[in-house]
Design a protein around this ligand. Structure first.
Ligand code: ATP
Ligand code: MG
Length: 446
């Protein structure tokens, strides 16, 4: 409390950042019943305790743009400890950027305290990237630190007004993504903002303000300094935005895809690989828009598949046996990826499962097909095979056979399974197929 008082007295008279324009319902168009109950309740409880509290950021932007927000952030002048004290179901999380998770029914709200502007004392790395960020400030300062004008809007559900510090409402209406401050300096502080610019423009169909767009090509390499775990989170947001195809297209247009997924530029330059990746992304977009579940393992398996195929083929040409060659290829591709993008261990295991099951679809003799169907990851592997066939990399005939096999009763299955004569017969069946897709032996999952 005393700290808050000192802060207020201290800050009065020199408010950093701009004064807000107060925008009424008639202009912002947000109806209170569009705002989540949890967000309204959290703001009300904070306000009742004498604090300022607003819905902020992406949720306000999306509501004004007519898109249902995917989550809600709350900004307040209460410190994390004060917030924690007001809500029984809440906890303080984060170190570099401390926030409070407040649980309201099934919702989790992210409540953050207004942050102060950065100064010489802000802890940064040698490239100017901000490392620690827990100095509290005024709402004006908090607004000035946000990335884009349309992300610096504060909605008060009680008064039903929007505080607009940087003409963000106008930019939403004009469909232009504008940066607060000098874009070059803002990218240097946090290179992830380049990715955010692309993602938001794809999601909301915005054009990039020329000043936002121009520096990206030259500054793209700064992405390399971003910790791999943060980059992975950002990549997931991008790929699961429901607009992944558009995001990737725009990333490529801006020259941003290179550092991101080290292999993506290679993939996108191979005709088969590109078709496969685009099909996979379109498939993910459709699932997300239909509210169906998606798995990161599956998507990353598709993004990297053609690299694994090429690597696997090369190893076999160099004389390695198919099984060790496959394991070697998987590890090499994932390790290379891991240097830039920290794919979590669990997701990496999912990816490998899906890859390892692919050659097993070719084994249609003996009891191999029955054993394959019983694999826990069979569904994902099957969906993966469908995409491979659609892109022309796996034979349609294989898909037709498995379709029939899965629907068949026991006797039909027995008749369908080819006699167990080993390699000779399989080789004759595989003629004419793309060499990389064709295993010369069987690969069994571990
Ligand atoms: P969405 O949730 O739709 O992906 P968002 O803009 O809400 O988009 P979040 O990551 O949820 O993105 O961030 C919430 C808010 O925090 C943003 O609207 C913005 O005001 C601020 N913010 C997020 N990341 C940054 C950043 N890198 N630099 C400055 N401000 C940021
Ligand atoms: Mg958000």
């Amino acid at each position: 409390m005393i700290r808050k008082l000192i802060r207020r007295v201290f800050l009065r008279g020199e408010p950093a950042g701009r004064k807000a324009e107060t925008i009424a319902v008639a202009k912002h168009g947000i109806r209170r019943d569009q705002v989540s109950r949890g967000a309204c309740r959290t703001c009300e409880a904070l306000q009742k305790a004498g604090h300022r509290a607003y819905v902020v950021g992406g949720a306000v932007r999306d509501l004004i743009a007519g898109i249902p927000p995917k989550d809600y952030d709350i900004a307040t002048d209460a410190t994390p400890e004060e917030v924690r004290g007001l809500f029984r179901r809440s906890r303080i999380i984060g170190r570099r950027f401390q926030i409070v998770h407040v649980m309201q029914g099934p919702e989790t709200l992210e409540v953050s305290t207004f942050r102060a502007a950065h100064d010489e004392e802000t802890l940064k790395d040698e490239h100017g990237r901000i490392l620690r960020d827990n100095v509290w400030g005024s709402i004006e300062e908090d607004a000035a630190r946000r990335d884009f004008t349309m992300n610096a809007l504060y909605y008060d559900p009680t008064a039903q007004v929007v505080l607009d510090f940087h003409k963000g409402v106008q930019d939403i209406q004009r469909k232009t993504l504008r940066m607060i401050g000098d874009p070059r300096a803002r990218y240097r502080e946090d290179p992830v903002r380049m990715l955010r610019a692309v993602r938001l423009s794809a999601k909301l169909g915005l054009r990039l303000d020329p000043q936002v767009q121009a520096p990206i090509r030259n500054m793209a390499d700064l992405i390399e300094n971003v910790p791999a775990a943060r980059l992975f989170d950002e990549m997931l947001k991008l790929l699961f935005s429901g607009h992944a195809v558009e995001c990737l297209k725009r990333l490529r247009d801006e020259g941003l895809h290179h550092g991101l997924l080290p292999l993506l530029d290679v993939i996108l330059e191979q005709p088969l690989g590109e078709k496969f990746v685009l099909l996979a992304l379109a498939n993910t977009d459709a699932r997300i828009r239909a509210n169906k579940p998606v798995s990161p393992g599956f998507l990353f398996a598709t993004l990297l598949w053609h690299e694994v195929l090429a690597n696997w083929e090369k190893r076999q040409k160099d004389g390695a046996r198919p099984v060790p060659a496959m394991f070697g290829a998987m590890d090499e591709v994932l390790d290379l990826q891991g240097e830039k993008l920290a794919i979590t261990k669990r997701i990496a295991a999912d990816i490998k499962d899906i890859w390892l099951l692919q050659p097993r679809f070719e084994k249609r003799s003996g009891h191999a097909p029955l054993r394959l169907i019983e694999q826990p990851r069979f569904r994902a592997a099957w969906d993966f095979l469908l995409l491979r066939a659609e892109s022309g990399e796996a034979p349609q005939e294989l898909v037709d056979w498995w379709n029939k096999f899965q629907d068949a009763d026991h006797d039909t299955r027995e008749r369908m399974m080819l006699p167990d004569t080993g390699k000779k017969r399989r080789r004759s069946r595989g003629r004419g197929r793309k060499a990389a897709a064709e295993p010369t032996g069987s690969v069994d999952a571990p």
